[in-house]
Design a binder for this molecule. Structure first.
Ligand SMILES: C[S@@+](CC[C@H](N)C(=O)[O-])C[C@H]1O[C@@H](n2cnc3c(N)ncnc32)[C@H](O)[C@@H]1O
Length: 307
């Protein structure tokens, strides 16, 4: 996979600008080498966008703070862009591993629970010929995406369906969405993704697992992020090997700030045994990558079962 080519829009004017900026910045040359290095291409889409309006003009607009606040990636624009780039790279790499074909052969992408497009902004330039779809219960987020990103954006209900035909998507992913859904909602939404993804396509979902709980048990910062105290985290960590899925509903004040989500929206933690069995009616389990997302959430790779 040619990540250097995938990480920036293919645009001769941007290439020219990138060389000019690199030539004028010894600090960047010392950090990354030349303008065609992987590090520099990523810098362009993160700090290049923030520091140079001329570079930003080649990338999609930046989402407002109130939309960034309810997705992953942290509070700042830099962390939103940087984590989006890192997560995009992991998605592309896992697609090749579990999808079994080159990432740039993908012709249609669905970001389920897309928020304000933290990954889609990278996907849309990496795959310029592919159809992009994003879906989210939060209409304010899909409205913003529809006005600022390339693709079709669907404000879905709390329960399926998605307004997409059967077998219409090559690659569907959901970052930090199954980490919040109740057991039953996770099951019905997986059936829906299996319906819209082609039988030779790929589904990747991230979720909290044992490692996230262990971190939460000892880190005040993670307790704050997950809204789970240390004693509860330890209790859930002990329960997980027997129950394989545990879930705590979030306080109403937090649920209300993520407007549109289900009344039982919370923090879900599950393991590979759950991913293998709970979704077995609609998917074939391909693999699990513990801590594969930002050294915090686990990835599960699944393929729709033939109907
Ligand atoms: C933690 S955020 C992650 C957002 C985005 N995937 C990212 O990585 O930045 C969870 C997202 O899932 C969305 N969501 C929650 N329940 C959903 C559902 N039933 N259908 C679609 N989206 C949902 C939320 O509105 C929110 O945008």
């Amino acid at each position: 996979m040619d990540l250097v080519r995938l990480l920036a829009p293919r645009d001769p004017a941007l290439d020219h600008l990138a060389r000019e900026v690199c030539a004028s910045r010894p600090d960047l040359r010392a950090a990354f080498g030349d303008a065609d290095s992987l590090g520099f291409r990523q810098w362009l889409g993160v700090y290049g966008v923030l520091e140079y309006p001329r570079i930003a003009a080649h990338y999609p607009p930046l989402p407002p703070e109130h939309l960034r606040a309810t997705v992953c990636g942290g509070a700042t624009l830099a962390s939103h862009l940087q984590t989006g780039a890192e997560d995009f790279r992991v998605l592309a790499e896992l697609f090749e591993i579990y999808g079994g074909r080159p990432f740039d052969s993908v012709r249609s992408v669905l970001d389920f629970g897309c928020g304000c497009g933290r990954e889609l902004r990278w996907m849309q330039s990496a795959l310029p010929a592919a159809s992009m779809y994003g879906a989210d219960v939060r209409k304010a987020a899909t409205d913003w995406c529809g006005q600022n990103l390339r693709g079709t954006f669907l404000a879905n209900g709390i329960l399926p369906p998605l307004d997409l035909p059967d077998d219409s998507i090559d690659f569907a992913y959901a970052l930090s969405v199954w980490s919040h859904l109740s057991e039953e909602q996770g099951r019905v939404w997986m059936r829906e993704l299996a319906r819209v993804v082609r039988p030779d396509g790929l589904i990747l979902v991230s979720t909290h697992g044992a490692f996230a709980l262990a971190l939460c048990a000892r880190s005040a910062e993670h307790q704050q992020v997950l809204q789970i105290d240390a004693a509860t985290a330890r209790e859930l960590l002990r329960e997980l090997p027997n129950r394989h899925f545990v879930h705590r509903v979030l306080p109403a004040t937090i649920r209300d700030s993520a407007d549109g989500v289900a009344a039982d929206y919370g923090q879900a933690f599950f393991d590979e045994i759950h991913a293998r069995s709970a979704f077995a009616d609609s998917t074939e389990f391909l693999g699990c990558v513990p801590c594969g997302l930002n050294l915090f959430q686990d990835f599960h790779a699944l393929r729709p079962r033939r109907r």
